[in-house]
Design a protein around this ligand. Structure first.
Ligand SMILES: Nc1ncnc2c1ncn2[C@@H]1O[C@H](COP(=O)(O)OP(=O)(O)O)[C@@H](O)[C@H]1O
Ligand SMILES: Cc1cn([C@H]2C[C@H](O)[C@@H](COP(=O)(O)OP(=O)(O)O)O2)c(=O)[nH]c1=O
Length: 210
């Protein structure tokens, strides 16, 4: 019988360094012979990528944001993540439901109980095995974004919004310390990479019973 794969998510405010380090983790795990699904949210399937485009560029209220990301998540979970885990793959996902609690919940002030209900409906108890929270002050993340890309709809939000989002991540980490590991992302690339690889390798080795 195939052992179920590990589900690892990468979280943090925009510009924290998630996308950079998910690639580094993927390279390191592939070099160890791991089979991977590297994916992202919102997105990861043809339908969810269409919803992502709407989400990132069309103005909408917080409930519409929450419904869109959970609709995208449902499709992603059922058609890609669950089959990959069942086949024994390690799934690396750039953002998942913690982002909804942080951005729509803490950032927009949307009702956390409603988000928890949607989480239960959509995920039916499925949760990541490990979440890496790239924690960085919003001013540092803003500098990194300004140096690297044009902002999308959410990235144009003020620093106070990202302060709230950061506190939303802190609350999720405090509520589930066994799953969420804080990475100090306000450090040079090499130190962040080392910290990330150490945590991920522990989890993947653990899943092989080593
Ligand atoms: N630890 C770091 N120190 C300095 N710059 C970084 C660090 N991590 C990432 N960056 C740079 O910051 C920018 C945003 O990183 P990115 O990985 O796209 O962030 P995110 O996916 O979290 O939005 C990129 O140009 C990246 O090279
Ligand atoms: C998954 C998810 C993302 N988001 C936001 C966070 C980001 O601003 C945006 C897209 O995330 P991301 O893919 O990290 O964007 P980029 O590749 O440009 O860094 O969507 C939510 O607001 N709620 C969610 O549930």
């Amino acid at each position: 019988m195939t052992t179920r794969g590990r589900f690892i998510t990468f979280e943090g405010i925009d510009g924290a360094g998630k996308s950079t380090h998910i690639e580094a983790v993927a390279d390191a795990l592939r070099a160890q012979g791991e089979q991977l699904l590297l994916t992202r949210e919102p997105g990861g399937t043809p339908l969810a990528e269409k919803l992502r485009e709407l989400f990132l560029h069309e103005p909408m209220d917080a409930l519409s944001e929450a419904l869109l990301v959970f609709a995208a998540r449902r499709d992603h979970l059922v058609t890609r993540i669950e089959p990959a885990l069942a086949a024994g793959l390690t799934v690396l996902c750039d953002r998942f439901t913690d982002a909804t609690f942080a951005y729509q919940g803490a950032g927009r002030g949307f009702d956390l109980q409603v988000l928890a209900t949607l989480e239960q409906w959509v995920q039916q108890g499925v949760q990541p095995d490990l979440t890496l929270w790239f924690d960085v002050p919003p001013a540092v993340a803003a500098q990194r974004r300004a140096a690297s890309r044009e902002p999308d709809r959410l990235e144009r939000e003020a620093e106070a919004f990202f302060e709230r989002v950061r506190s939303g991540y802190a609350a999720r980490a405090a509520a589930d310390p066994g799953r969420v590991r804080r990475i100090n992302a306000d450090a040079d690339m090499a130190s962040v990479r080392e910290a990330v690889l150490e945590v991920v390798c522990q989890t993947v080795r653990g899943s092989h019973g080593a």
